[in-house]
Design a protein around this ligand. Structure first.
Ligand SMILES: C[S@@+](CC[C@H](N)C(=O)[O-])C[C@H]1O[C@@H](n2cnc3c(N)ncnc32)[C@H](O)[C@@H]1O
Length: 262
């Protein structure tokens, strides 16, 4: 773990990658369609044309410096759509898949925050930075499937680790994963209705959207000397008091804001 106060990377990293990923797919599709229009793929089977599109999208993804985990998605997206269309599955399968996706990601339309999870290296970095304090109350706002809460609660049995999550399915999964941890409490609800007053450390892995408002709330409600830690997304117009460089494959930064006097 390296510490710094210089927020080298801003909050737009994730959303920019998504835009580039969509752009790579659109460019690859457009190229294949133009080439097809000029007769380049005459008499080719559809799956082979889809393969060319995927390969092009992959090359573009690499050229655009997209993170590696996008690469297989770029390569396989159109081939998977083509393959699914040949399977002649009942429409109910697609409806079930859509329902499942809505249960996991549906809240994003309200919150502007998708589900992606903190990894173990990030949780360990946080633990190392926060140290072996005898007692701490920690809250993960938007706790997803409980990955971070579980990790912290297992490592520090003497802490109280809470999470609050708005989406039903991730919350149910988090409850199940932490069912044996008596000092981990997972609540379903909206963190904007949750008081931050009693917490020593509030952890957020959200998006650029709520950060300014979140900081206002944290300053209004949290005690002097407590901390707001944001994974990846900075508070606009406020330099973090510390920045932790996690050193994982995502190049994660934790931006740490100390609550000062009111
Ligand atoms: C990027 S995920 C982070 C999950 C978890 N904190 C972790 O680090 O593994 C953000 C989560 O916040 C949840 N969320 C977004 N807005 C919320 C809100 N207003 N109240 C509660 N949860 C919210 C989303 O549903 C999503 O599961």
């Amino acid at each position: 773990m390296r510490k710094s106060t210089d927020p080298r990377r801003g909050s737009g990293r994730h959303s920019l990658a998504t835009i580039r990923a969509i752009l790579a797919q659109i460019l690859a599709l457009a190229t294949v369609m133009v080439a097809g229009h000029h007769g380049l793929f005459a008499a080719w089977p559809l799956w082979r044309i889809a393969g060319v599109e995927g390969a092009l999208a992959l090359i573009l993804a690499i050229w655009m410096h997209l993170p590696r985990w996008w690469w297989p998605l770029e390569l396989l997206f159109v081939p998977a759509v083509v393959m699914a269309s040949t399977l002649e599955l009942s429409p109910w399968w697609y409806a079930a898949a859509l329902a499942l996706l809505l249960a996991i990601y549906g809240a994003v339309f309200r919150t502007g925050v998708p589900l992606y999870l903190s990894n173990a290296v990030t949780a360990d970095t946080l633990l190392q930075w926060w140290g072996e304090r005898r007692k701490s109350r920690v809250l993960d706002i938007g706790s997803g499937t409980g990955t971070l809460v579980r990790h912290l609660a297992c490592a520090r049995p003497h802490w109280e680790v809470d999470g609050i999550e708005i989406a039903w399915l991730p919350w149910l999964v988090s409850r199940w994963r932490c069912r044996r941890l008596r000092h981990a409490y997972l609540k379903r609800g909206n963190f904007w209705q949750q008081s931050l007053t009693d917490y020593d450390l509030v952890y957020a892995f959200l998006s650029p959207v709520p950060m300014a408002e979140l900081w206002q709330r944290a300053r209004a409600q949290m005690r002097e000397g407590s901390w707001l830690v944001s994974n990846s997304f900075i508070v606009p117009d406020r330099a973090p008091d510390q920045m932790l460089v996690v050193g994982d494959h995502r190049d994660t930064r934790l931006y740490c804001y100390r609550i000062g006097p009111r």
